[in-house]
Ligand binder design. Sequence first.
Ligand code: BGC
Length: 752
Amino acid sequence: MLDEKLEELLQDMSIEEKVGQLVQLDGSYFEEDALITGNMAKNGEGRNFPIFLAGSTLGLSGAKDLKKIQKDQMERHPHHIPMLFMLDVIHGYRTVFPCPLGQGASFQPKLVKECAEVAAREAAVSGIHVVFSPMADLVRDARWGRVMESTGEDSYLNGIMAKAMVKGYQGKNPGDKMKVGACVKHFAGYGAPVAGREYYNVELSEYTMREYYLPAYKKAVEAGCEMVMSAFHTWNGIPCSGNRWLLEDILRKEMNFKGVLISDWGAVSEMTAHGFCENNKVAARTAIEAGLDIDMCANAYAEYLVDLIKNGEVEIKLLDHAVMRVLRLKNRLGLFENPYKDADSEGEMRVILCDEHRDKAREAVRKSMVLLKNEEVHNEKALPLKNEKIAFIGPYVKNEDMDSSWAVNGDPRDQISIQDAALERWSEGEVFFARGCTLLDNKTTGAKYFYEENDEYFETKNQSLLEEAMETAKKADTVVLCLGEHRLQSGEASSRAQIKLPKIQLNLLNNIAWTGIKIITLIFSGRPLELEEVLKYSNAVFMVWMPGTEGGHGIMDVLVGDHNPSGKLPMSIPYNGGQLPISYDQYSTGRPRMGLQKGEYTTGYLDVPNEPLFSFGYGLSYTDFEISKPYISSVYMRQNESIKVSAKVKNTGDRQGTETLQLYIQDMTASRVRPLRQLKGFCQVELKPGEEKEVLFDITEEMLSFHRADGTYGSEAGLFKVWINNSSNVGEGVIFELKEGKNGNVQRREYA
Ligand code: BGC
């Protein structure tokens, strides 16, 4: 439809109809037979608002139901405006991929894009128009449960991955066949609640927000994402959903976002609970004045916005602008021509969980796994598995769901467990299985959220599971221990003060370690956990995240060595929770310290190093790589020029492998103190044994730019150090000089 037609439509709509476009309802407003009924009557608000005026809904899926709802809605709607169907498709629809943190570990934006393409196909054929993904929130505190939904602690990596997801979901145009609109969230800085406590305040300086937290959302906006979701928390004391400066000035003006802005669930009325608005009427006015278009499920717009407009308390032009943005989105999705878009019941049977999608999920599992340790046992590396008897022991062998809490359409019955995958490769008698222990017991902190059984149940159960596990282990040469978090221990509202494995699982590990059998431990988890004890007693350790539908297959491909692992940590793993928040890009301070030193007044702790146990970017392979010192094309760089930096990487081991070369830069002196290293680029090379290749990066002025002390953005003249290596904390750097900073910002200091 032409834009003028949309304008005409808008002019013809009543205020009630316009407000309706800004009201999002959850699926429970629709009866089971998928018919729209009556007036809204939930949460005490929006009572008199007719459901059929609502512009969008969330949480429903399935071609048949959604077509029926759409038809019914359009018949009743005075202007027959189609409804938007939105859903949380976070890491796959029905074919569930590794959680985003695992996808981040692949360091493969192409793969991440392909996963989003699969998710878009399955969602689109099921009638969905917009997915609430990517989550571009930067995360540095593993206590926060939603770190699993992020691609990690680095804003450059997050930006690349957010862009890849947007492109995967939307393609060239979200209206194209089997494409959906993407909604980047949670604007802004939701990943940094104080002390990792869910929904809590975010205390970030404007500099830190701009420098680290905003860039990934910006990348998603630049990639053309159709929607942005505002966050629940307060920043600078103001809830994000009512923060005009954040939503209008930064998002719409600075980032040039032209799409639809939606609140998070109930966030408009939560401004009342925050103590920011006296009541939900004020909250509705505050939100629309801040530039928020759709009220997701708070019903504050439904209840109050019509009156606010009619009484002149809110300008009609604000309403018109917001409605127009929603109509334009519907138009870009092609809904005025085809309100059902790709919804197709027969297509669902063909597309969902098809072999191609499962294969992609399996590949994503293989590439997300991060090998943390692989020591030699009897002069041979513990992994890959040898031709020997193997016992798979632990709650994740087959008893636990490997999707995350954010796989809303995932079905555990579709999953290939470790046991299923092992039995496809070995016969009974060659491999053995035991559960070992319950995933949690009621001594695990927070377990009351998951279990109702009493102490006696767990004690008796776990005693017999342990005995069975010990008997099973005795039959084998190697034990593969499958341990981890409960899938609901991470995700929304799942912050944890202690990021430990449950004692019951460590007890299993300890007991098996006493037998002296080789132990390979797999950690299923949505966040980094404390792993010192696991490392001590295991000969090899893999992070496998929450791997999803094809978990068993993908993991087995790597364990047996059909595929060489190449994943790298997207989040540092701390020694313990007391180090949180932590990230690789630390500052020096005036009293720098590396490692543990005694009796010095230097920055750090008495009991743990400043550095994490495993730093961002770390991950082993079954082969070894040698990386040369970087070589730079010039020790000087001038404004608007670039220089090249290269390194040679050689596979010195005996199997083919892929290495991720990471480019880090330090601005050694600047108008604001800069971190010791920052990721500015990465690439992967695949090498045969003995093969050597050169990797080359351009260093551009943009890479040297930052938010300067005078409030401007640009580079500053001076010395820079650059590294190319395979983790954030290794390698030798080389120095070059930028002769003149951007925008005439000349050298602040003379270097001899
Ligand atoms: C979450 C969002 C999600 C929304 C809709 C909220 O609770 O914070 O990430 O998209 O619910 O389900």
